[in-house]
Design a protein around this ligand. Structure first.
Ligand code: NG6
Ligand code: CA
Length: 504
């Protein structure tokens, strides 16, 4: 068998063109760099001080940015969670999988066990792999018994270790699952989950508002857990239920434990925080930390958690040989279903930065997210305009080990990720609920789409129109001037690219 640890420096030297003695040392040190993906949930391009926010301060993430490469054209594949997570973990366009849409908490696993994945790629290269935090790619094969070991999940698609919430923090079951087993479950209090009907005698958000510490505004009026109404019905598992206020530190602890346990070997950690997805319930330490209400407070909390994570990384002596990719699964939304004052308190804060749209939208802020690569021994700090997508991590990191998946949608943009070149992808198909758009150079084209153009419940422009829309993202980041009628040739050119990319 190929001993990748011995073999690696040679590949790296060849791949990155290192030549002199000093560079050789750097290369050997980072022979098998640890890789951590820190993935937030619904964090917008304008939600961090390093991306221009002034209504809140995110010093720890700013430090990653100051010491790393901050991307101004970094994208998730999609404007909702499940498809974006599918994209980052498989390296493939999620709209090619008919099940890659926002999943209920009892949905089956949508990643095939035979598929290539990012963690499998790292395992091939000799890494220990772990997933901590939000999963939302389904579990089991369709008939899930939460009281037994779940047979399909992160551990079956490449992760040696997993400590996850099944779906979202607003969906049942509100429990953590570690290596396929619900944590803290008692045999005499089994868990039952149903997404269609309630269990007899169980209170709901709809019928029992007096039990709620946070009220719902749309959806989110089924079972109540920790005083918060959720999507879906659940019964039992009382001792296993999570406390939202503690969730951040709970995941942090597991992420730190994983890193400590594997400090002697290369590791890949997918650390998927739940902030600032609804319900936004900060730990009391952070309640009132901003003037923005809970949405701002939980962003500041996430920043603190990342600071704590970084402290451990440094204490364990791993900072010099670790690459961190920081990003978010989709753009921001203010009212996503709970009365948490996000709309009322937003003031001048612009979670979508200078862009149009947000979560659920085909407009730019749906998929254009914060994207930072931190690797002190490998990158020259700076800002990059290169077009990069989370889906590219597969073949980009693969390139460090001479592994490439030729059939994959993932592109090797490793040199762009490390800030060595200004050129990333040439083009990228972006998605909102299976509707597609094309980014090519500075251009963004949204073909005609059927369906609502505005989601009233979330107050969001969705980007659909009966006509072609064409924007120059450099000159018009706010997507105010539709150039489609003026530039028919550009439309034809982009249509041809889109046809090639979506064929088959
Ligand atoms: C929507 C939920 C929203 C959020 C979203 C998934 C309602 C009315 N809205 O259906 O609150 O949970 O799904 O978010 O139920 S995501 O970030 O995981 O994609
Ligand atoms: Ca999300």
């Amino acid at each position: 068998m190929l001993n990748i640890r011995q073999y690696f420096p040679v590949i790296l030297l060849a791949g990155l063109g290192f030549s002199c003695q000093k560079d050789t040392q750097v290369a050997q040190k980072s022979a098998q760099p640890n890789v951590v993906v820190i993935y937030l949930d619904d964090l917008g391009l304008g939600d961090l001080s390093c991306y221009g926010a002034t209504a809140l301060s995110t010093p720890n993430i700013d430090q990653l940015s100051n010491e790393g490469v901050r991307f101004t054209n970094g994208y998730a594949t999609s404007s909702t969670c499940t498809p974006s997570r599918y994209g980052i973990l498989t390296g493939g366009y999620p709209w090619k999988n008919k099940n890659a849409e926002v999943l209920p908490g009892d949905a089956p696993l949508i990643v095939s066990t035979t598929q290539e994945t990012l963690p499998k790629m790292f395992k091939k290269a000799g890494y220990a792999t772990g997933a901590v935090g939000k999963w939302h790619l389904g579990l089991g094969d369709g008939t899930i018994d939460w009281n037994k070991k779940i047979n399909l999940g992160p551990n079956e698609v490449g992760f040696d270790y997993s400590y996850i919430m099944a779906a979202t923090n607003d969906r049942v079951p509100t429990v953590f699952v570690e290596d396929g087993l619900v944590v803290g479950l008692e045999a005499n209090d089994p868990i039952q989950v149903d997404y269609n009907k309630n269990f007899e005698g169980q209170p709901t958000g709809l019928d029992n508002p007096e039990l709620l510490k946070m009220q719902w505004s749309h959806g989110h009026n089924n079972s109540i857990s920790n005083g918060i109404p959720r999507i879906g019905f659940m019964k039992g598992g009382e001792k296993a239920l999570w406390i939202d206020e503690d969730m951040g530190e709970n995941f942090l602890g597991k992420a730190q434990d994983f890193m400590k346990a594997h400090k002697e070997e290369p590791f890949f950690l997918y650390y998927a925080l739940h902030q600032p997805h609804v319900p936004r319930i900060p730990n009391p330490k952070f309640a009132g930390a901003t003037d923005l209400g809970p949405r701002g407070d939980v962003i500041v909390e996430a920043d603190w958690l990342i600071g704590e994570f970084m402290k451990t990384l440094k204490e364990e002596g791993l900072a010099d040989n670790t690459i961190i990719v920081f990003s978010s699964d989709n753009g921001p939304v203010l009212n996503d279903g709970y009365k948490d004052m996000a709309v009322e308190k937003v003031g001048n804060h612009k979670p979508w930065a200078d862009r149009r749209g947000g979560k659920y939208s085909l407009y730019d802020a749906g998929t254009h997210v914060p994207f930072i690569v931190w690797a002190p021994s490998m990158v020259k700090p700076g800002t990059s305009d290169a077009l990069v997508c989370q889906m590219d991590l597969l073949n980009s990191f693969g390139s460090l080990f001479g592994i490439q998946y030729e059939q994959s949608d993932s592109e090797n943009v490793m040199d762009a990720l490390l800030g060595k070149v200004a050129q990333g992808r040439d083009n990228l198909i972006l998605e909102a609920e299976y509707r597609l758009s094309l980014r090519h150079g500075d251009w963004l084209m949204i073909p005609p789409q059927k369906g609502e153009s505005f989601y009233h419940h979330v107050n969001m422009e969705i980007g659909r129109s009966d006509d072609y829309q064409l924007f120059n993202m450099k000159q018009d980041p706010g997507q105010q001037v539709n150039l489609a009628k003026q530039m028919p040739e550009k439309i034809e050119e982009l249509k041809a690219i889109m046809r090639t990319k979506t064929a088959g």
